[in-house]
Design a protein around this ligand. Structure first.
Ligand SMILES: *[C@@H]1O[C@H](CO)[C@@H](O)[C@H](O)[C@H]1NC(C)=O
Ligand SMILES: *[C@@H]1O[C@H](CO)[C@@H](O)[C@H](O)[C@H]1NC(C)=O
Ligand SMILES: *[C@@H]1O[C@H](CO)[C@@H](O)[C@H](O)[C@H]1NC(C)=O
Ligand SMILES: *[C@@H]1O[C@H](CO)[C@@H](O)[C@H](O)[C@H]1NC(C)=O
Ligand SMILES: *[C@@H]1O[C@H](CO)[C@@H](O)[C@H](O)[C@H]1NC(C)=O
Ligand SMILES: *[C@@H]1O[C@H](CO)[C@@H](O)[C@H](O)[C@H]1NC(C)=O
Ligand SMILES: *[C@@H]1O[C@H](CO)[C@@H](O)[C@H](O)[C@H]1NC(C)=O
Ligand SMILES: *[C@@H]1O[C@H](CO)[C@@H](O)[C@H](O)[C@H]1NC(C)=O
Length: 492
């Protein structure tokens, strides 16, 4: 295909020798008339630019920015360009200018969000706790002490494979925290999975895992909006205190290099639409697509009551992160304002995603069960009639009943007045499955854990204003292992 060679000459500021072998291309919605295109380069790009157009042969438009950012220890620059003035629900072709000069790349394509209020049925893919696949993450082998249930069987397809092969079936991908698991490098090293890594050189492995993951995801993220939120594994270089039992050493966060704390990689890598939803960075924001309003929350910091942070959330996970917004109760106040502004005639559905759950058949451990999250979020979910709450964090799948303040809604899925809860942290990463408590909690309706040795992702289908189906898709064979439909009598 003939590339936009004429346009390339209009861009003298583009570094001609930018090495684009590691592009990690991802796109994100920005309203229903905009899209952010992000990609990585080894060198700083003075003026990141994207050629775009309605046809593959005529990428006659250019969008540019001055945003080419990096951080200490990173091996790449994150380039972000917003394309505005697009039509909703429309496919566009594009290519970052730096890649246009590389003959390996053909134009990519994305489709903008459905217009707010469009009642056409559509589906969305949702994952949480999805890490790097292959030699630095989940594969057919692991280090010492890892259960054979928690790795892949020979020939088993992983969740990234499944998301790629299922792409025609969903319009965007939502990743509700725990992205790549770069902070597992130390655990993988201690368990002998990455035998040649030293603690001193570990920061390089951290960056390598991130780069691997984002490239593995590119077949999806270059053409489906990739909406993300923070999880504890984005916080810093080590998951808060890894113990090497052989050498009797417990590492703390002091081993983290500058640049590998405080969600730094996550902040640099993405540009979520918080500017158009009055949110905060990639931490809390919302967007509309067709008949649904989606809200991404931050369960890791800024939980109200004056910055309840990870220490109050409990355990050491996510440790060392500061509030990301310096205003007291910023997130909770934002959430209420956002919920209050939803026009249920246009978007009858309100779907919330936040990394940590609180209703779960799991040992009552503060940290896994986020009581602080429940305290601040649940009253607002009830007040504003949130339909569905999605989480991950525990590496299991559990579909719960609709619940209010611990009580199961007697109407179950037949027009409940309480939010429906689903936890799916079974997407997979190095050693990635956990055990649920037995017997399960009374609110549990279907569950899978390490005993089932099944990785999978969630698919939401909005049929119309009253019916919404959630499915658990087994990554191995794209089979639906669990399906449930919520009926809500959404009245205008
Ligand atoms: C968009 O890109 C995807 C992935 O490369 C490709 O499978 C699909 O055919 C493209 N769609 C169009 C309409 O060109
Ligand atoms: C570890 O390093 C040694 C010596 O450089 C090399 O022979 C070996 O292949 C390396 N092992 C792995 C798993 O990379
Ligand atoms: C491990 O180290 C701690 C102090 O760092 C020490 O108190 C303890 O005795 C050591 N345990 C063993 C088994 O060596
Ligand atoms: C973490 O980031 C926030 C801004 O996002 C900043 O205010 C805070 O000082 C940072 N904390 C540390 C320890 O770097
Ligand atoms: C769980 O533990 C917390 C304290 O960590 C306690 O306040 C709460 O009542 C417990 N909840 C249940 C359901 O056991
Ligand atoms: C999951 O594993 C448990 C324990 O082995 C078993 O009882 C249950 O039937 C399995 N569930 C599915 C859906 O296969
Ligand atoms: C909404 O979708 C559901 C599931 O497909 C269907 O059963 C129902 O009849 C639809 N309702 C309306 C009003 O179209
Ligand atoms: C698909 O894979 C799942 C989990 O690996 C398994 O339980 C199920 O039986 C498989 N289904 C088919 C039709 O092969």
């Amino acid at each position: 295909m003939k590339k936009s060679t004429v346009l390339a000459t209009l861009l003298p500021l583009v570094a001609a020798d930018s090495d684009a072998a590691n592009p990690q291309i991802r796109v994100a919605f920005h309203g229903d008339d905009g899209m952010v295109v992000s990609w990585n380069t080894f060198d700083r790009v003075p003026r990141p630019s994207v050629f775009w157009g309605r046809s593959k042969e005529h990428l006659t438009n250019i969008a540019s920015s001055a945003v080419s950012v990096t951080y200490p220890t990173s091996t790449t620059y994150n380039n972000h360009v917003l394309i505005q003035g697009l039509r909703p629900d429309t496919t566009y072709y594009y290519i970052p200018a730096q890649l246009n000069e590389d003959t390996c790349y053909e134009p990519f394509n994305f489709t903008t969000s459905r217009r707010v209020g469009d009642k056409t049925p559509f589906s969305v893919a949702v994952v949480a706790d999805l890490g790097t696949m292959g030699s630095e993450g989940l594969s057919t082998s692991a280090g010492k002490g890892v259960s054979s249930n928690n790795i892949l069987k020979p020939g088993e397809k992983n969740t990234i494979d499944s998301l790629i092969s299922s792409m025609p079936g969903y319009e965007f991908l939502w990743h509700v925290g725990d992205i790549a698991y770069a902070d597992y490098w130390l655990k993988e090293e201690i368990q002998g999975f990455l035998p040649n890594t030293t603690v001193e050189e570990g920061y390089k492995v951290y960056e390598s895992i991130l780069n691997d993951f984002y490239n593995e995801m590119m077949p999806v993220t270059a053409s489906r909006a990739y909406m993300v939120g923070p999880g504890n594994h984005e916080a810093n270089c080590d998951n808060g205190g890894t113990t090497d039992k052989t050498h009797n050493i417990t590492y703390d966060l002091s081993i983290c290099m500058p640049g590998q704390t405080n969600f730094t990689g996550f902040k640099n890598h993405f540009r979520m639409p918080s500017d158009v939803s009055r949110g905060t960075g990639n931490f809390w924001y919302s967007w509309n697509s067709g008949m649904a309003h989606f809200i991404q929350l931050d369960t890791e910091t800024d939980l109200g009551h004056g910055f309840i942070g990870p220490d109050e959330i409990g355990g050491t996970e996510g440790e060392g992160a500061s509030p990301v917004n310096s205003k007291m109760n910023a997130q909770v106040n934002w959430l209420e304002a956002d919920l209050k502004a939803v026009d249920r005639k246009l978007t009858p559905w309100i779907i919330v995603g936040g990394h940590r759950p609180w209703y779960l058949s799991y040992q009552n451990v503060t940290g896994t069960i986020c009581w602080s999250c429940k305290d601040v979020f649940e009253p607002l979910f009830l007040k504003y009639d949130v339909d569905l709450v999605l989480s991950g964090h525990a590496h299991i799948y559990e579909r719960q009943a609709p619940i209010a303040e611990g009580k199961i809604d007697p109407k179950e899925l037949n027009n409940p007045s309480s939010p429906w809860y689903i936890t799916n942290g079974a997407a997979g990463h190095y050693d990635g499955l956990d055990t649920l408590q037995s017997p399960r909690q009374q609110f549990s309706r279907f569950s899978l854990d390490t005993n089932n040795a099944t990785y999978g992702w969630s698919k939401l289908t909005f049929h119309n204003a009253t019916h919404l189906t959630h499915e658990f898709v087994a990554s191995n064979n794209n089979t639906v292992l669990d399906s449930a439909t919520l009926y809500k009598d959404h009245k205008c």
